[in-house]
Design a protein. Structure first.
Ligand SMILES: Cc1ncc(C[n+]2csc(CCOP(=O)(O)OP(=O)(O)O)c2C)c(N)n1
Ligand SMILES: Cc1ncc(C[n+]2csc(CCOP(=O)(O)OP(=O)(O)O)c2C)c(N)n1
Ligand code: SF4
Ligand code: SF4
Ligand code: SF4
Ligand code: SF4
Ligand code: SF4
Ligand code: SF4
Ligand SMILES: [Mg+2]
Ligand SMILES: [Mg+2]
Lengths: 272, 82, 369, 190, 369, 272, 190, 82
């Protein structure tokens, strides 16, 4: 029996609840995944900073009892970088939407991956801009509808995992809101990883993506998520058959930025 | 009791439910293997026959709104941490 | 006595003020500030990082400031334009930090190596919405050092981003200077007693230094928690920040005067242009004209009381700046009809000579007589 | 020449000829001489290529205009620079020009001293060609008297890497020697 | 007669004006403009594209304009801040295009769904350096349609980026309107004869429509070729652009007046606020006070002659705007001491009611009496 | 004997010559590669638009007799996208520095790759910011010196080719200024490719990168480039041994953006 | 009630209950009735969740203030919305509230008509629960007379997808019927 | 002749050299298999014994400054395109 149903209220900012997300929005499930991971990590909440972008997902920090830095659209990782460099002892986790991460914030994302700074990025990928009302995201599948692609998107979507890998992130994983057990486990691994870690989470936006693409309610969308993906261990010889693989794609120890910087300072420190 | 949560007991175990946070998305209902969950007329969660609950916790992991807390001996008392 | 470049003086001033974080992106004519910081910070355990662009640079500075560091970035026009969103964010989140803009000829890529004073209005109004703003400038390498320290002090005192405007010439020129003694203001820590409201006062608690803190660019309560549709609360907080500057206006206003006591004619100027203006005053006084010079180091909040006061005692005012008319609007708005105001401006990457300024004053004198 | 106050000096040459350093050395020497100094230089691609310049203003008073309008002295090391920065010159001013930088016909201008600056530098031995700026500086001291020899030597010691100091000191001396002959010529009636 | 939303009217106006390219990035409260354009453009063979951010959106618009298309983007404060670099680029390269900024409560993310007039100074001064600027606004859904067409017309006539300021309320509200007849100005093609200097006049040749063209954000000659350190040439070109607006000032100035002929008191306002002001005039006139209303549709270039002229005929002026004091600076600067000027401002995401404005006028009247 | 030494003056803007680049700068060699490619492509110059970013490399368009759109730092591809969409019949080539492309312009770069719009991006990678005087670029190798990394860079560099591949570019190649024969051939292929094409060119900046890293003059730097790279055909079983591979990494035909868009318009066009 | 001029109407409910559409329908009907109309609505996350509202101002004159300060009519479909948008109400105004939206004790307020709007909608058959907004609109017409029935029907035809039109027409009628009984109650002395 | 270029002929072939564009980088010199190129005192390119030139064109492909144009029968006359 999975270890589930814990009382996670201590991690939550109770007066901010109920949260702002729509009925059945996967973002709430990601938030639960985070809370579960915090419990497993036994993190002191005053040492944890959640850095949010702008979007439905970016609001995550408001619902936790940790430090919250709610930034600007797309720039969460740039703020996080300054903070982490100044306070390497703090645990810094960025919660970002797919638009946030890969549209306006694409550059900060690939640079954070490249620098290998010890920050964890949780990318809530719902294939759409939720907050602003259902516009195309750079993750919207070709042909899918949104209010700005009423006839179906012409653009091939980004694969966030591939982008993170190419940009140099040292921990890269993908999960979904369907995988309630795997998700917190991956977050735990990502936070423990000493370097830049990306966890892409496929999550449902029933309000826009679901409705505009006739995928049904949140319950149906979870099934859709399951059918769209394959845990890596289950990938057969026939390959992915168009499904997106899940799990950890890279876990590599490489020089971490703040550690290297500290060493540089130590070398430079003025002798008395 | 957890403030704001209703407690549905079955022996030493119990299901705590915060109706005020429920948004009526049906995710828990679809997940519950015992079929004891449903929405009421206000489109909020209602617990049916708690005697049939198997405390699998699937409702809690599926719920995006932190509506459920399970109380089982293995998890420790909720009060102790409330 | 040392021969120091303007940009070097800026870096030295920042170090002296306790700056321990610099994030930047190279751009002429500001780059040497970051090059100096890249050398000066590591030995002090401070952080230097070159970011992917100017947007990220100011973001990192704000992040660092919330980590408790005195933090700064430096750029020029094109980068300063890109920083506007985050300048507003810093104001909204009451984040102390310093942004240096070494002005070059604009608009756009413009005249990348030539001096200008074309970002004076942008420094005040470049970001969307209303916000309190402190903008300083300087006219000599020595001033650059001192005003950089002042910028940090004001940022810490009022919990605001402070903009320091230099220009391509001042940034790049070397001058012999004796670095002056300065006073350094440190960040105000919250009192130990009672529950801390992070946005109720100018006391500042960094992340990790106490109970969790909430910071957002949305309208928010004194607790920091978002109140995204509570307009009256936002207006209250904005006015409170603005009023803090209003109350301390005299302390915030840095300026230098020459011959103001008995002036019949007032030259109002700032930055590199003030040097030639001083030369003009000398020439004109030698001719017997009673000319005074007001060199503003604080451009915003615009010292309107000071200016009205002086303007009402002279026959006319000449505003001299290296642009096609920017601060002159604030001057005109401030003094109403107290004295006729003329503007002497240019946007060709060159300075005014003392003679050119003197001629403008003489012309006004004649016109007025 | 008899310098007025302020004196405006320009070093002009090709990127890589060290005109920036020459300007800084004069400024620093001026400072040691107790003068107010401002030095500026051209930036950007121009500074790396074609015609670069650096300028110094020296005065017993505070310097109001930190921009050279019409130089009193122009020291010029390359033909490109001569074309771009070789004029105008203040009345009573002086130009010190490398022999190869000046087009035929212009050598005889009364305000112009033509010297084999680059050739002299090259003759100083390995690496010598890079010290034409300091050779020029030596000539500059002798011909203008704007800054003192001791102050320039002090500036050299503070700005030049130890490994290159000896070479540059020789370059300075060579420039001074070179100019000594020409000096009489350059002193014009006022 | 149709029930139309402000943002829809903007899209319809753009289509009517011949806009055939839209690049944007979603943001409340401007998003519906792009949603409409996404539907309206393809059937006309026009291009709609959602870009990766606002910086790219305006870049694409400028690129499209050089391809020969009438082009536009729409955003709100945070995105408008990001567009400042390219607004300057468009001005420097004399690129016709239209940028809509639907203002919401700032600074920063602020009050994302509430109306404001806080970007009025930014629209003029947000980019570095000096530049000519045309900024328009509107107060009703019908006006939005008309002024959008005017924005395109001015952009084409003067080869400049034109900013149209809306606000969250006007963008989102629906009103019954009869869309008016409008005149459309098309891009001026070069005369066939002689060698074409692409920056010598407002005649415009797109890429691919003739001999190769050079376009750069560096200072440049009339030929388009870079002159990156020729300041006097840059100043000449800037002044030429600015003078074009100066010369045609009366044609560029759009405004609406009520009771200006015999007014003793002047209310000066613009945009959504002008509606309540009209109500206030009605109330005050009913009380016997001779109050006039000047509703500006053209905010920049600031119509100073018009304003001075009116101000010198009244006892006092009240400037009403949804910010903490922006256009009022231009008003004060323009009128000198001709009449006392008071400011009625707020930044709480709400409108002024007619009663509030009337009260402010009455108070001034009393103070003055 | 290679077909070299042609008279390329007709492609050059003669009054703009000599160009601004330093002695031995590889950018001039890339420019020659472009001119050679134009000759082979027989492009009418009035139909060619060179879009430059800001940097030494960004100035390339000024030296050609074609249309020149010199844009802002990092944004060349965003301008190019708007232009190409409006005038699909024009040939659009962007010339961009590595800082331009991968620092400030990283986001526009990956998005242009993703959209597969028929533009060719020539990335002049000299591992440094030339124009501003030798600062670190996101391509500066770890440990290399620059004026902003006086003690050696701490950051792992981007691999532009990997980034382009992950982002979805359909033609991706790498060459060097050493490979004077291969370079124009690759440019020809890239321009002919009906989709987004990236050619990364390793090029020398003797003035900054060379000097600060003691690599000698341009002649020595060309040898260094040769030693740093391996043509793909020469890659042995032992692998790259730390060298960067050259040649074409992807050449795939996929739906091109402007073509798709035209088709969408045709479907939508109002019937009379 | 006897509406004054302008009339300010608010529809409030939970995101998804169609309060936006209700506002637009009233505005469009008002337009057909020859009135000036302005309709606005709440935006952002709030509009999707908890308490959403849409507002309409109708007048025989041009509408100067396009912002509802104190509504003359509030139509409310959910408890959250009642809490957030249920007050204040103009003197002489009217509130039309679903029976489940109003907390016990408040039903008897003299300016409030409590009706089983949602239940009535649900009884209309499959998909009926989504038409509570139009049921409310039916009641609104009868109880306020702000817009005419014919104009609302015309608005329905222009704004509702053909497939759903019949259902919504039935919803409108049901709402009218529902209100007919309550109407007498609602006419207060002036 | 190409305007601005000096022409060094060897029979029907010739090397055209635009000294004004040369920046003295040495790339051509290092590349020339015949060793006939050198810098003069002005640090600009000088052609030595053109008789030893093999018209390989390596100078031209290496030169970043478009200094060289080769005239060979196979390439057509330069004049024809000047
Ligand atoms: C500079 C800027 N541009 C645009 C916006 C508007 N905006 C807010 S959230 C958002 C996108 C949200 O989508 P995503 O990041 O995918 O998050 P989600 O809401 O789907 O969780 C946008 C475009 C903004 N706030 N700032
Ligand atoms: C917004 C902005 N930021 C910074 C600059 C300054 N700048 C000009 S070029 C450049 C970098 C040049 O490096 P790269 O792109 O690698 O081109 P290279 O000069 O090496 O060819 C920078 C930072 C600018 N012009 N605009
Ligand atoms: S709009 Fe979509 S992403 Fe946003 S809260 Fe609703 S369901 Fe979630
Ligand atoms: S614990 Fe399991 S059985 Fe019990 S209510 Fe939840 S899902 Fe159903
Ligand atoms: S999953 Fe949660 S929010 Fe959804 S219906 Fe069940 S209890 Fe309510
Ligand atoms: S600085 Fe470097 S990249 Fe720029 S022109 Fe010189 S050698 Fe080339
Ligand atoms: S063509 Fe060949 S042999 Fe002749 S000069 Fe050039 S490189 Fe030397
Ligand atoms: S390669 Fe060209 S620029 Fe370099 S030395 Fe030879 S001819 Fe001159
Ligand atoms: Mg999303
Ligand atoms: Mg580079």
């Amino acid at each position: 029996m999975p270890r589930v149903g814990q009382d996670l209220r201590q991690y939550l900012q109770l007066d901010a609840m109920p949260h702002v997300w729509c009925p059945g929005c996967g973002h709430g499930q990601v938030a639960r995944g985070l809370a579960t991971a915090f419990e497993r990590l036994s993190l002191p909440l005053e040492r944890l900073v959640l850095v949010g972008g702008i979007g439905c997902s970016g609001r995550t920090p408001f619902y936790f009892n940790a430090n919250a830095l709610h930034t600007t659209h797309g720039r969460a990782l740039a703020f996080a970088t300054g903070l982490k460099l100044t306070r390497p002892e703090l645990t810094v986790i960025a919660t970002m939407g797919d638009g946030d991460t890969a549209a306006i914030g694409g550059n900060h994302f690939i640079h954070a991956c490249r620098r290998n700074i010890d920050i964890t990025a949780i990318v809530y990928n719902n294939g759409i801009y939720g907050m602003t009302g259902g516009q195309q995201a750079p993750t919207t599948p070709r042909g899918a509808r949104s209010v700005t692609t009423p006839l179906g998107s012409l653009e091939p979507p980004f694969d966030i995992v591939q982008l993170a890998l190419a940009a140099g992130a040292t921990f890269v994983a993908r999960s979904t809101t369907f995988d309630f057990d795997e998700l917190p486990a991956l977050i735990v691994d990502a936070v423990r990883h000493p370097g830049f870690a990306v966890v892409e989470v496929l999550t449902q936006c029933p309000t826009y993506y679901g409705r505009m693409n006739e995928l049904g309610d949140a319950v149906a969308m979870l099934d859709y998520e399951r059918d769209l993906t394959t845990p890596q261990r289950e990938i057969t010889k026939e390959g992915l058959a168009g499904r997106r693989p899940l799990g950890v794609f890279r876990r590599e120890i490489a020089p971490e930025y703040t550690a290297q910087y500290a060493e540089l300072c130590a070398r430079q420190a003025e002798r008395p | 009791m957890i403030p704001g949560f209703a407690r549905y007991a079955q022996g030493a175990a119990a299901l705590h439910v915060n109706r005020a946070w429920c948004k009526g998305c049906n995710l828990c209902i679809a997940a519950c293997p015992s079929g004891i969950l449903a929405l009421d007329a206000d489109q909020r969660i209602a617990v049916g026959d708690i005697g049939r609950c198997i405390f699998c916790g699937l409702c809690s992991v599926r719920c995006p709104d932190f509506v459920f807390v399970l109380e089982r001996p293995s998890l420790g008392s909720v009060e102790a941490r409330a | 006595m040392k021969l120091i470049q303007g940009n070097e003086a800026c870096a030295l001033g920042a170090m002296r003020a306790g700056c321990r974080f610099f994030a930047g992106y190279p751009i002429t004519p500001a780059t040497e500030i970051m090059e100096w910081m890249a050398r000066l910070l590591p030995p002090k355990g401070g952080v230097f990082i070159q970011m992917e662009d100017e947007i990220a640079a100011l973001a990192a500075v704000i992040g660092a400031s919330w980590g408790g560091a005195k933090a700064m970035t430096a750029t020029s026009g094109p980068g300063f334009s890109l920083m506007q969103e985050h300048l507003g964010y810093a104001a909204m989140t009451e984040t102390p930090c310093v942004v240096v803009d070494s002005q070059r000829g604009g608009p756009s890529t413009g005249l990348p190596t030539l001096p200008a004073q074309g970002d004076v209005m942008q420094a005040r109004w470049g970001s969307h919405g209303d916000r309190p703003a402190i903008v300083l400038t300087a006219s000599s390498v020595r001033d650059v050092y001192e005003v950089t320290v002042a910028a940090f002090n004001l940022a810490e005192t009022y919990r605001l981003p402070v903009v320091l405007l230099l220009d391509a010439l001042l940034s790049h020129m070397r001058e012999n200077v004796e670095l002056p003694e300065v006073t350094v203001v440190d960040r105000r820590k919250p009192d130990a007693t009672g529950a801390f409201q992070p946005f109720a006062s100018t006391a500042f608690q960094a992340f990790g230094d106490g109970a969790p803190i909430v910071v957002t660019g949305l309208a928010h309560a004194d607790s920091g928690r978002p109140r995204a549709s509570d307009g009256p609360n936002l207006e209250r907080m904005l006015r409170r920040s603005i009023d803090r500057l209003e109350t301390d206006r005299d302390a915030i206003t840095r300026y230098r005067g020459i011959g103001l006591e008995d002036a019949d004619h007032l030259i109002l100027t700032y930055g590199i242009t003030a040097r030639s203006a001083a030369g003009a005053v000398q020439q004109l006084r030698a001719e017997g004209l009673r000319v005074g010079l007001l060199e503003l180091q604080t451009l915003w909040p615009f010292p309107d009381r000071l200016v009205v006061d002086l303007a009402s005692r002279v026959e006319n005012v000449v505003v001299v700046e290296l642009n096609l008319g920017q601060l002159v609007m604030a001057v005109r708005a401030a003094i109403g009809g107290a004295a006729p105001v003329r503007h002497l401006g240019r946007a060709d990457g060159r300075l005014f000579s003392p003679e050119e300024i003197a001629a403008a004053v003489r012309a006004g004198e004649v016109a007025h007589a | 020449m008899t310098p007025g106050d302020p004196v405006q000096v320009r070093f002009a040459g090709t990127g890589g000829q060290g005109v920036m350093l020459a300007g800084v050395l004069v400024a620093e020497a001026g400072m040691h001489d107790g003068l107010h100094v401002v030095s500026t230089q051209s930036y950007g691609p121009e500074a790396r290529l074609g015609a670069a310049k650096s300028e110094v203003i020296l005065s017993r008073h505070e310097i109001v205009l930190p921009e050279v309008r019409v130089p009193d002295v122009i020291v010029c090391l390359s033909a490109d620079a001569w074309r771009k920065h070789g004029r105008p010159l203040a009345a009573g001013g002086l130009r010190i020009v490398d022999e190869r930088a000046i087009p035929p016909g212009e050598e005889s201008a009364p305000d112009t001293v033509v010297l084999p600056l680059l050739a002299t530098a090259r003759d100083l031995g390995p690496g010598g060609e890079l010290s034409a700026n300091v050779v020029a500086l030596g000539a500059f001291i002798v011909l203008t008297g704007v800054v003192s020899e001791t102050s320039v030597q002090r500036a050299l010691r503070s700005r030049i890497k130890p490994a290159l100091l000896e070479l540059n000191e020789r370059a300075l001396a060579a420039g001074q020697a070179l100019a000594a002959g020409a000096a009489v010529l350059a002193r014009q009636p006022e």
